[in-house]
Design a protein around this ligand. Structure first.
Ligand code: ATP
Ligand code: MG
Length: 479
């Protein structure tokens, strides 16, 4: 993939934004307020670029920074405005800060002249704060200015974006009636959680459009700019439609069937972490989807080859079939993610993106025990997780969350939200183990580790034969 922000990616941002604020092309007064460094300039420039992509002109008026600095910073987040400046679709106008009533009149005349000559379809003013501050005592000029912004959108026949600075720690601004005159009022905020920056866009007001969420998390990344991380919030929990059979006799005889979007929780002691149950779970996922869909294995802990080796090792040991192990591993999409490099909202959004990209039948996440125990605000995590679970359930994806048992509270939380619980019970001082399995509507069962290995053998051949039947050669289960 190119390291430049693609038009497609950029339009994804605009489409997401439009879900919340309606069509950006409309003749409206959009106020973007926010703390220093919260992303006001980048958001306004992103909206501006959406017009440029449509062949419509954008005028960016700045009292803040020189053109070179602006172009450099916006290019850093993938917004190639310089390219469009050269072909006349973008114009940057640097103006001196307003100091009194007469300089305000001069400034307004310059902007009016530029709008009349250049005919932009969108104008951004970055920022109006110093204008308002200088004039704060003068009620008359202030009212005049508000009327002016209102009239400006009529001249432009498109949106006028006004940027307003919010001092740190303040949630409201000294904007007087601007908030009332505006059609869209957004406030960009940021805070530090887990030592990472989390950004939020508060949608305070949108005239003529239903407000569905009040706050949208977003990120700013080098080369790719702003991404809205709107978690898919579903007001209804989906009905369970399809059921699947267990892939081996020992499970089938105890658990007749489970639904396709089952949430499995597999927990093991921190010091003894058998892979056999994890691989049983993966085989169940492949069997449930007739091997037509891959398994997305997200690991917060191991590199890709360690997960591949674990699968190969267990399958080869249980079946003696190397080819089988390779075939099963070929159905895994392993995505190692360092969870501490992201905020929880970013992590959640990244996982949803991976699911949308790969369309897996099952998603396995490992090790959620470590992640949850190092998360300070567990309520925030659970909120994100529950929405993610509903989203995956609606897509019919089976989920498995693998976790070390670290604290009883986190262990209980995970069990409480799951449909099927598997738990390692140490025997012989953890030299061997039993596995406790509970599913909704069934009595719990306790399987021996060797019964689970048998299950792996049977399930592997079953899955591999389904895969091979597409090439019409079957493998016999021997031994
Ligand atoms: N190349 C980049 N990669 C990642 N993040 C970036 C990059 N460039 C800028 N940012 C982030 O974007 C933020 C600045 O965005 P922007 O300039 O739009 O903020 P602002 O609200 O206009 O700030 P100010 O109040 O200083 O004008 C910074 O906090 C920075 O973290
Ligand atoms: Mg700025």
């Amino acid at each position: 993939m190119s390291d430049k922000l693609t038009k497609e990616n950029h339009m994804k941002l605009i489409n997401e934004l439009e879900k919340h604020i309606g069509n950006v092309n409309k003749e409206r007064l959009i106020v973007i307020a926010g703390h220093p460094g919260s992303g006001k300039t980048i958001l306004a420039s992103s909206i501006c670029l959406a017009f440029v992509y449509q062949g419509l002109k954008c005028l960016y008026v700045s009292f803040q920074e020189p053109k070179e600095k602006f172009l450099d910073e916006t290019a850093g987040v993938g917004l190639e405005l310089e390219k469009y400046e050269k072909i006349g679709l973008f114009r940057f106008l640097k103006l001196p800060v307003v100091t009194d009533g007469s300089s305000l009149n001069q400034i307004i005349n310059i902007i009016n002249k530029e709008v009349a000559n250049y005919s932009p379809r969108v104008v951004a003013i970055d920022s109006i704060s110093s204008m308002l501050k200088t004039l704060s005592a003068d009620i008359e000029i202030r009212g005049y200015l508000q009327n002016y912004f209102y009239e400006l959108q009529k001249m432009v026949k498109g949106p006028v974006i006004l940027i307003a600075e919010l001092p740190f720690g303040m949630e409201t601004i000294e904007l007087g009636n601007i908030e009332f005159v505006s059609d869209v009022f957004l406030i960009l905020k940021h805070r530090i959680t887990r030592g990472l920056l989390e950004r939020f866009m508060e949608i305070r007001k949108v005239r003529g459009h239903e407000l569905t969420v009040a706050e949208i998390p977003f990120s700013i990344r080098s080369k790719t700019g702003i991404s809205l991380l709107s978690p898919p919030i579903l007001s209804e929990i989906s009905e369970v439609e399809e059921f699947v059979e267990m892939p081996c006799e020992i499970l089938r005889s105890n658990i007749p069937q489970i639904h396709k979007s089952t949430l499995i929780y597999y927990e093991y002691p921190a010091k003894f972490r058998p892979w056999v149950p994890s691989i049983c779970i993966a085989l169940l996922g492949l069997h449930a989807y007739n091997t037509l869909k891959p398994i997305l294995f997200i690991t917060y802990k191991y590199p890709r080859n360690v997960v591949q080796l674990a699968f190969k090792h267990v399958i080869e040991r249980s079946t003696g079939c190397k080819e089988c192990a390779d075939l099963i591993v070929s159905k895994l999409i392993i995505e190692p993610i360092n969870p501490y490099a992201y905020s929880l909202t970013e992590l959640n959004a990244l996982e949803n993106e991976l699911v949308d990209k790969f369309d897996p039948g099952m998603i396995i996440t490992h090790d959620v025990g470590i992640l949850m125990n190092s998360t300070k605000n567990i309520e925030d995590y659970m909120h994100l997780l529950q929405n993610q679970i509903f989203y995956f359930k609606r897509k019919g994806i089976m989920m498995a969350r693998l976790a070390s048992r670290i604290t009883p509270y986190v262990s209980k939380l995970n069990k409480a939200i799951s449909d099927l619980v598997m738990e390692v019970k140490c025997t012989n001082e953890c030299l061997d183990y039993d596995i406790y399995i509970w599913t909704r509507f069934n009595d719990p069962i306790l399987l021996k580790s060797n019964e689970l290995r048998e299950c792996i053998k049977e399930a592997t051949y079953k899955v591999v034969n389904i895969m091979k039947s597409k090439h019409s050669s079957r493998l016999d289960q021997r031994g």
